[in-house]
Ligand binder design. Structure first.
Ligand code: TA6
Length: 315
């Protein structure tokens, strides 16, 4: 009889860090580190590792783990005293022993983590918050991250933040990957001083460095890995924007925790809230969800085959 789902806390032998391993009965599994609250491993029911982690990633503060799903809070980007992409991704999270009732049904195979404002944080970002992160693995092997961020300030002041699930997908060959669902959207181009442009193509393809924030994107976008005949479906709620990044060769060489050629086998696509920062009044809580699924796809001549479309609609 197929096994049951399990959640196990282990100390990773290679890094010495504590992580949780979530396993579902049909073979899928996820690993999430307390460091950064970061998912680094997601294997589907077919045994494929779907996330990218650099072979040169470091697993110790202050560097965030280069890969997996980085939690970028309270900002994406680098503005003011806050470090690039905020502090949530390079701090140790704790297990949330008593999470408040969850507003949406999730898989039983999940772990709840929590990060609260530290004295260090308050010096550079003087707002008290509680950040609850649920990492869930569905029986079908879908990976769902739900963030609940609450303003627990006693000073009566609201605060603003931007946010991203900075997700590093593993791909066979970046030049064979297309992203669909972003066509015709406006985007901020980080390679052109955040200049606002409009996507012209009928899909996003990759022939050089791309560093864009697509604005007000649809709730579902797909990443088609032609060579692996795999389609990754990304669904989002509470997160209007999508970051898309590939460093390409020059920037790859300039990153010490990234292999020179690794840009060929990765693509960052993640749900985000950037153009319009989120404002939270004291006592209020914001919720943002990203769900990713992998479906087999025989992609050809620019059209997904009907079977895949049917299955995508049932995910
Ligand atoms: O989302 C893309 C981006 O903002 C790029 O500009 C690049 O800096 C990337 O994030 C990685 O940032 P990191 O601080 O993790 O090196």
């Amino acid at each position: 009889m197929a096994g049951t789902a399990s959640v196990e806390r282990v100390k990773d032998r290679a890094t010495g860090l504590d992580k949780f391993v979530l396993r579902e009965a049909r073979g899928s599994s996820v690993e999430v580190y307390l460091y950064g609250g970061q998912v680094t491993f997601w294997k589907n029911n077919f045994g494929h590792q779907l996330l990218f982690v650099s072979n040169k990633a470091t697993f110790k503060p202050p560097k965030a783990i280069r890969g997996g799903i980085q939690i970028c809070f309270p900002q994406l980007g680098s503005h003011g005293a806050l470090e690039q992409h905020g502090f949530a991704r390079n701090q140790y999270w704790s297990v949330d022993e008593s999470p408040p009732p969850f507003p949406v049904a999730t898989s039983n195979c999940h772990i709840d983590l929590i990060l609260k404002s530290s004295q260090e944080d308050l010096k550079i970002w003087p707002h008290s918050y509680e950040f609850r992160l649920r990492v869930a693995l569905s029986p079908r092997g879908d990976l769902i991250l739900t963030s609940r961020i609450k303003n627990v300030s006693s000073d009566g002041k609201p605060f603003q933040f931007t946010f991203a699930y900075h997700t590093y997908f593993s791909v066979s060959d970046i030049s064979e990957v297309r992203v669909e669902g972003l066509e015709t959207l406006d985007y901020l181009d980080n390679l052109q001083s955040k200049n606002r442009c409009t996507e012209q193509g009928d899909a996003v393809v990759f022939e050089s460095e791309v560093d864009k924030i697509y604005l007000s994107a649809p709730p579902k976008i797909v990443i088609i890995d032609h060579e692996k005949k795999r389609t990754l479906v990304l669904r989002k709620e509470g997160l209007p924007d999508v970051v898309v990044w590939n460093p390409w060769d020059k920037k790859a060489k300039a990153m010490p925790d990234f292999g020179d050629d690794e840009y060929k086998n990765m693509l960052c696509v993640g749900a985000a809230a950037i153009e319009k920062p989120i404002t939270l009044k004291p006592g209020k809580e914001w919720l943002g969800t990203q769900e990713i699924s992998a479906v087999p796809s025989s992609y050809s001549s620019g059209q997904l085959d009907p079977e895949v479309i049917r299955r995508m609609h049932t995910i």
